[in-house]
Design a protein around this ligand. Sequence first.
Ligand code: NAP
Ligand code: 8YV
Length: 336
Amino acid sequence: MALPEQRSTADIRREPPGVTLANPALPPVLVAAPLPPFTMAALDAVATVHRLWEGVDQDTMAGIRGMAASTLAGPVGEVLFARMPALEIVANFGVGYDNIDIAAAVARGLVVTNTAGVLDEEVADLTIALLLATIRRLPAAERHVREGHWLEQAFPLSPSLRGRRVGIVGLGGIGKAIARRLTGFAVDLAWHGRSEQPGAPWPRYPSVEALAAACDVLIVIVPGGLATRHLIDARVLAALGADGVLINVSRGSVVDEAALIEALQQGTILAAGLDVFEHEPRVPEALLALGNVVVLPHIGSASLVTRRAMGQMMVDNLAAWFATGQALTPVPETRG
Ligand code: NAP
Ligand code: 8YV
């Protein structure tokens, strides 16, 4: 039996509708999909919470003033907004908000908030772990011990991070936290982004392809959405080259997954470490069949402490909005 803190969102979804200790005086907020129990409890303290997955009638939807969204639910856009004419704010549980149709939100004059800043260090830690796990083949090495093969032979020598040049695509909050860590790893760094980042001491390349050609590790940490769809395509992978390692912790949509599978199969690149997938949680069999890829289930920010901080920031945004008419961390498109 899971402790209350350890209940997954799937556990919560399976539970029968609970007795909600709702205070009708609090602003009505719709939650799109189950969030961690501590976040649901924090929300209950500031809002009258309505759970979409339990069914919410149209009369109630018409009065909803706030919404808690997340990538754990489906995309949020005009179809849902149209049912909530009183909606004022959409608070996202996550820094990336490509799950929200931002143009539709702007058209309706909604404020959209994210959890910028509170997860940078956690996601950067995970990125470094994934990078080392991929290059030094740690999952395979662990299986080697567990399956008793060490008794028969030593684990094969692995590729190395030594002597590599690492390129970061997207030097934002998380990209910078990754770069800070990598300065302690004695590797050369370079990056690509559309605009200059004041104070960034590493060379900036004018395109992803130019960066890939100059590096043998590419770490991708840009926002998802149409603007970055398949930014990492067959040409970029070819430029990265046969000794190249791709690490994707951004969104599955940013990498052309079919092109990546082909590049890994053909030896166009050496290996890939992936925390995100184009159609997650579905991961193509062809990818899973490969020995030169490390796959994780989108866990960049998934520690108890960081998910708690993300949930609290989401709740604080809703509470601040209802108390003062100002959100704490509105996304750039909806900043007044
Ligand atoms: P951020 O601070 O907004 O930084 C994003 C960076 O990407 C910016 O520096 C931006 O700079 C750059 N960028 C945007 N479009 C680009 C493009 N087309 N080409 C090159 N660079 C581009 O965001 P963040 O907090 O670092 O988060 C980045 C993303 O990571 C999120 O949006 C989310 O999708 C993903 N994420 C994943 C996990 C996980 O669990 N795996 C956790 C958190 C976040 P310019 O605008 O100047 O180009
Ligand atoms: C979360 C993320 O897994 O913040 C993001 O953009 O991808 C992750 O931190 C996700 O948002 C949970 O809903």
